[in-house]
Design a protein around this ligand. Sequence first.
Ligand SMILES: [Zn+2]
Length: 288
Amino acid sequence: MPNDNTPMPSRRAFAGLLTASAGLAALTACTPKDGVPSPAAASMPAQGDVTSAAPASSSPAATATPSATTEPTIAATPAPAPSSTIKPQHSLTDPTSPWVIVNKHRPLNPQDFVPADLVQPAIRLAVSGEAALLNSTTAAAAEKMFGAAASEGVIMTLASGYRSYTTQVSTYNGYVASTGQAAADRASARPGHSEHQTGWSFDIGDGGGACSFQPCFAEQPAAIWAKANAHKFGFVVRYPWMFHDTTGYFYESWHLRYIGVDAAVDMATRGITTLEEYFGLEAAPDYL
Ligand SMILES: [Zn+2]
């Protein structure tokens, strides 16, 4: 999500697209930071995730998890938990932990957490300011992943990284004032509930610039490559296709989250697609 001070050029166009798709109760973890929501944006989810309304057959990239060997069956498989061979095991609550889980049931603690090691990664940036920052571990992993993708001819950009609590407050409050809380909750994560605040997650764009934060991003080279390869670098597609009842957000093919190579590969190998399931946590479709 564009959350820096530079509005994404595609925002208005995307708002129009969303208008055309109104009626889709999409949620998004990636909040636009245009400051003042436009009426169009207010009438619908501000971005992304609308993919969930598209027929599965329309997007090969959106139909299955990468290297999944079985169909994800959340209900049938109680609390898988990370393989015990993964050492060390990390905290699920400490925001400095690569396994911290932030969702609509699990706010950051403290809510105004700021990573102590924010850095600007040496990768292609589509943003500036705080949104160009990641925590140092995530930045290093992103540099490796972007480099590997480039070596295969796929150019990724950093479309949005860190977002401060202060930024989230102003963004969310802008939506509430403009559209009311219910609509705001569809358009923006509440302050203290955005994974972007941890420094462990970011949104990618495609070097070609197409479809940023839009459903069609799933079919861009960067998204296809990330879906197939991100786990090798410690990342998961945090809000996978058809798991909004678990994660609280519809499909975001652009939103990646670092959890470490061992855990990400473990998830991919076992065909587990959400962090909630992997860590044995309750589904978080809505705020409590
Ligand atoms: Zn995001």
